[in-house]
Design a protein around this ligand. Structure first.
Ligand SMILES: [Mn+2]
Length: 336
């Protein structure tokens, strides 16, 4: 039955996961900290799906849910901890549960995820590392369970897939991604409105923050690596913080010749969050593993302690090491 057992974590198939969801009840669905469209879209779509089959469920997010997700994030049931079944969605490591780690880190009964770097901290895991978003897996699970999807569920799923694929631009998009989206178009999702909100809308404060960040831009390794720093000072000056800063990490993607984009965001006096974006053959998850983090091939992250200068140095060293390995034998910077 069980495919794999690492750290006592059972890896389930799609069918087994659907069976698990049908069998249990009183679900507490957890998202990761600094929630994005995928973790929230997956959590709420799963919540609505479970409600359709008569289950009791709630969604708990370790941080405040940004108001731009308000169109699908609605109040959920109240579930008491006793006799509950805990599910984490889009959570690669228990640390990413943030404020919820202490209470739930060792207590996750089922994790549904798509990060290749998943640390198998949950008792059961459904992992599809080929899925562009966890929301793809949630769609497949609801389909497998023959659960009725409504407009709000479809919007939540669309949001998860659109945000994790950069609006269907990244290399993680597959034929299956588009097939799932084609099903979601049968509902009243208003995709242009969702995309405007997710990708084309920013506050003037954020525009000002981006100006400050761009002023700090540095280029290394024959301009193949771009570094952007978002200091506490910049965040205080502009009043922008938290998930509002998500978009900064993708700026490097649009700069000609840049194959590794490092964004260093200050989260405390001596603590920085690194977001890395790479193009093949560079593997962002491999680079971030060297910094104690993880993620996907094209996008990964890590938390590093130290001053801005030492954190930058560490990140650059990790990028350099992986660049040297990856480009060895590659005659040009051909992307493949
Ligand atoms: Mn995701």
């Amino acid at each position: 039955m069980v495919k794999n057992n690492i750290n006592g974590c059972n890896e389930l198939s799609l069918r087994q996961t659907a069976g698990f969801l049908k069998k249990h009840d009183n679900y507490i669905i957890l998202t990761h900290a600094s929630p994005d469209g995928d973790t929230l879209g997956s959590a709420y779509a799963l919540y609505y799906g479970l409600k359709e089959i008569g289950k009791t469920a709630c969604v708990i997010c370790p941080d405040v849910i940004p108001k731009k997700y308000g169109y699908f994030a609605r109040a959920t049931d109240h579930v008491t901890r006793q006799n509950s079944t805990v599910i984490a969605v889009d959570v690669a490591d228990k640390q990413l549960l943030g404020a919820l780690e202490e209470e739930f880190g060792e207590e996750v009964d089922l994790n549904i995820d798509h990060h290749i770097s998943n640390t198998r901290f949950a008792k059961n895991l459904y992992l599809d590392a080929d899925a562009s978003a966890t929301a793809e897996s949630i769609f497949e699970l609801l389909h497998k369970m023959k659960v009725n999807i409504n407009d709000v569920t479809a919007k939540a799923l669309y949001t998860g897939i659109a945000t994790d694929t950069g609006c269907f631009k990244y290399s993680n998009v597959t034929a299956k991604t588009h097939l799932i989206i084609s099903h979601l178009y049968e509902y009243n999702i208003d995709a242009p409105e969702i995309n405007k909100l997710m990708f084309d809308t920013k506050s003037r404060n954020l525009l000002e923050l981006e100006r400050l960040v761009l002023d700090s831009a540095e280029f290394h390794f024959a301009n193949k690596c771009m570094v952007l720093a978002v200091t506490s000072e910049m965040q205080e000056k502009t009043g922008c913080s938290g998930t509002e800063l998500e978009g900064i990490a993708v700026i490097s993607r649009s700069v000609e010749g840049v194959e590794a984009g490092i964004t260093i965001k200050q989260t405390d006096d001596n603590l920085f969050k690194i977001s890395l974006r790479t193009y093949p053959p560079l593997d962002a998850s491999e680079i971030c593993k060297k910094l104690g983090g993880g993620g996907h091939k094209g996008a990964a992250g890590a938390k590093v302690e130290g001053s801005l200068e030492t954190v930058k140095e560490k990140a650059l060293r990790a990028v350099k090491e992986v660049m040297e390995e990856s480009y060895a034998g590659v005659t040009s910077s051909k992307k493949g």
